[in-house]
Write a protein that binds this ligand. Structure first.
Ligand code: ADP
Ligand code: MG
Ligand code: MG
Length: 340
């Protein structure tokens, strides 16, 4: 690095520290993490930027590279992952964040555990599930969401966190079939003591296809944190429906479909979704075969209670977990290490 290049770099980093990105990481760590990772291949690409599989100290890691215009998302995800006690077997594991420069561009990196199966969406597109695999996916996802939603009190506690972009593309599948929740770019935090809701300054409010009726018709009460938990539960209902379709019963299985595939176009507009979800109050169809399978029948009851039109009637994450645990114990051979 030339002296000039070095000073440009320093400017970028100093800038980042005073820009209010909120990463709060010391300068040295910011410089070293990205420099120690070798990027191997792109595993996800989109409007947001790219996700790479890389190697760090001989271990595979995932590197999410944000466009610099999306600094707000990067700063938000970094802030959320840096929350004490966010480490959980069903939340994507976080190594660190970095701001680095490539050519003349500033790149924002988020380094996490790498999951070769990719997202639940990717996984369901190619795999079918048996009852045990279905319950493993469902229980692990709700465990992650429950941990997120729960405030833990104490000097080393955690705020309640609502995700606001729950969908099968934001849930990753581990090698053992359990899921982890990822992509915290839109998350909001809340602590009861201050009562303050820490809303990210990111204006995006989630993925239209998964938006709840109260988000679509803008009747949501944003001053009450519980409103955001209910939005996550609605979207969870849609995800569980996607998962159940891929579960084999009596030798039959449904092909993978995203929710509302039959009533809205690809990349639906806000108005497309509003018409279907708010006006027609339509929900994904529960296939007939589910009613003759005890696990799928039990799941469909839980799903309906998640995507209910009225947010105040929707189940809480704890209630969903308890219902799933009961279903797993009664109807499958899953040996649960935990009891509710
Ligand atoms: P965005 O905020 O742009 O939606 P995500 O964090 O959701 O970015 O990642 C985009 C996609 O990249 C995911 O849907 C998934 O397919 C893939 N991906 C992200 N993180 C990982 C990871 N840790 N391991 C494997 N695949 C990942
Ligand atoms: Mg995503
Ligand atoms: Mg995102």
């Amino acid at each position: 690095v030339t002296a000039a290049g070095d000073s440009t770099l320093r400017e970028i980093f100093n800038d980042s520290i005073t820009s209010g990105s909120g990463s709060g990481l010391p300068l040295l760590i910011q410089r070293t993490l990205a420099k120690q990772i070798w990027l191997a291949e792109v595993i996800g690409k989109g409007r947001y930027g790219e996700v790479w599989c890389g190697v760090w100290h001989g271990e595979k890691v995932a590197v999410k590279i944000f466009f610099s215009r999306d600094e707000a998302s990067w700063a938000r995800e970094t802030e959320i992952y840096s929350t004490v006690l966010l480490r959980h077997e069903n939340i994507l594991g976080f190594y660190g964040s970095d701001m680095t420069s490539r050519g003349s561009c500033t790149q924002l990196w988020l380094v996490t555990h790498y999951h070769p199966h990719g997202s639940l969406f990717d996984y369901l597109s190619v795999h079918t599930l048996d009852h045990t695999a279905l319950m493993t996916a469902a229980l692990s996802t709700i465990n992650g969401l429950l941990h997120l939603h729960t405030e833990i009190f104490g000097t080393q506690g955690k705020p309640a966190i609502a995700h606001r972009d729950i969908k099968s593309k934001n849930i990753l599948v581990k090698l053992n079939g359990a899921c982890v929740i990822a992509d915290f770019g839109l998350a909001v935090m809340h602590t009861q003591t201050t009562g303050e809701i820490n809303i990210s300054n990111n204006p995006r409010v989630g993925t239209k296809r998964y938006m709840s009726p109260e988000v679509l018709n803008e009747s949501i009460n944003m001053s009450v944190f519980e409103s955001f938990r209910k939005v996550d539960i609605y979207a969870l209902g849609l995800v569980l429906w996607e998962v159940c379709r891929r579960c084999v019963s009596n030798g039959i299985v449904d092909d993978y479909k995203p929710p509302f595939h039959d009533v809205v176009p690809n990349d639906p507009s806000f108005d497309d979704m509003k018409k279907v979800v708010c006006v027609d109050q339509y929900r994904p169809m529960i296939p007939n075969r589910w009613t003759s399978d005890p696990v799928l029948a039990g799941m469909s009851k839980i799903i309906r209670e998640c995507w209910h039109q009225n947010p105040s009637v929707r189940l809480t994450a704890l209630r969903v977990k308890k219902s799933l645990v009961k279903l797993a114990q009664e109807e499958t051979k899953i040996k649960l290490e935990f009891d509710c």
